[in-house]
Design a protein around this ligand. Structure first.
Ligand code: NAD
Length: 351
């Protein structure tokens, strides 16, 4: 697979995938991104001047634009990451989640099908599509147990319902039209270049600015944390080795309560950017998110054994790198904090 079309490549995970493909693997990438509020071309600046990197501003809902991109670039594979990704925003406004995540995925698959049907048989047989999805499609776990690839879907938020629908659409296009698609479902990602509406970068920047650190409910909700560069490696390996019509779970084996995550960041900030008081003093418990799933935890055995991938970063090493990156890369996040999103609460329903 020489030339890979990546949708959502100006976002958090997509940009890590683009950088990994171009910098580490020497592949050619076509980054297709509509540049919504969540995009940042500064995240692909390290590869922007490479002859192996191409950028196309286009919306995955725009069939004509996507057809044109397939025709011009003739990719060998597609990695589909473009999506509306923030649960809190989906609670306040679900429509764009349904349009981009569900219809946009269907448009990508239909464009892929038309493109495949015009390829010579030898190339058509090798054409691959990886759909990047979330463990949130499985709903909530109790205190024990893990999500496997066989766990029934039971999404709780408009975001996770839209991702669940898109997963079903991908499976249907495999069975009905014989497309070579694979689905990956991963846990919460964190790391550099993360848009500061999500918990970890929000807490780092609020701590830096001496602002309250919001913890939803009592902070006992549990997430499994996956370092973004580990995820990018997993995705390329699944694209290459995964079997069509199969799903692969990706997780970091790093379960933490939200409160543990926030406290860890506070302790790192006390060391790396000390103030006269402890950053833990800034922790503020706020009204819980409606429909907040209690616990997500991934069994990644299938990906580890069949694909041969394993997370390299543990939470302690990954979070330290992440805090350091935000302290050292003010020019990346300052324009976002000043002009796009200053840290206000999202996803609260009017009483
Ligand atoms: P992100 O919000 O950081 O980036 C999404 C990107 O998609 C942005 O660059 C945006 O401009 C682009 N985009 C949005 N709508 C588009 C459209 N209609 N057409 C073209 N481009 C569009 O998201 P992320 O965190 O990088 O997530 C990437 C993928 O991984 C998503 O599909 C998400 O559901 C999935 N995922 C994310 C996580 C996580 O922890 N971040 C976990 C599991 C799964």
């Amino acid at each position: 697979m020489k030339r890979i079309l990546v949708t959502g490549g100006a976002g958090f995970i997509g940009s890590a995938v683009c950088r990994h493909l171009v910098e580490d693997l020497g592949r050619e990438v076509v980054n297709v991104d509509a540049l919504t509020y969540a995009a940042n071309l500064a995240s692909v600046a390290p590869i922007a001047d490479s002859g192996r990197y191409h950028f196309e501003q286009a919306d995955v809902r725009d069939r004509a634009a996507i057809d044109d991109i397939f025709a011009r670039y003739q990719p060998d594979a597609v990695m589909h990451l473009a999506a509306e990704s923030h649960v809190d925003r989906s609670i306040s406004g679900a429509q764009v989640f349904l349009e981009t995540n569900i219809l946009g995925t269907a448009v990508m698959l239909e464009a892929l099908r038309a493109y495949r049907d015009n390829l010579p048989a030898a190339r058509a047989d090798l054409l691959r599509f990886l759909h990047i999805s979330t463990d949130e499609v499985y709903g909530s776990l109790g205190p024990t147990g893990l999500f496997t690839e066989e766990t029934p879907y039971d999404p709780s938020s408009p975001y996770s319902a839209s991702k669940a629908a898109s997963d079903h659409i991908v499976q249907a296009w495999v069975r009905t039209y014989g497309l070579q698609c694979v689905i990956s479902n991963c846990s919460n990602n964190y790391g550099p270049y993360h848009f500061p509406e999500k918990l970890i970068p929000l807490v780092i920047l609020n701590a830096l600015h001496d602002k309250p650190l919001p913890v939803y409910g009592d902070g006992s909700n549990v997430r499994d944390w996956l370092y973004v560069d580990d995820h990018a490696r997993a995705l390329v390996m699944i694209l290459e080795k995964g079997r069509a019509g199969e799903k692969y779970n990706i997780g970091g084996r790093n379960e933490r309560t939200n409160l543990q995550v926030v406290e860890r960041i506070c302790d790192l900030m006390d060391r790396m950017a000390p103030k006269t008081h402890s950053h833990r003093d800034l922790i503020s418990f706020v009204t819980d998110r409606p429909g907040h799933d209690l616990r997500y935890a991934i069994d990644a055995t299938k990906t580890e054994t069949e694909i041969g991938w394993r997370a390299e970063e543990n939470f302690d090493s990954g979070i330290e790198k992440t805090v350091r990156w935000y302290l050292d890369n003010r020019e990346w996040w300052e324009p976002i904090r000043n002009k796009v999103y200053a840290g206000e609460r999202l996803g609260v329903l009017a009483k």
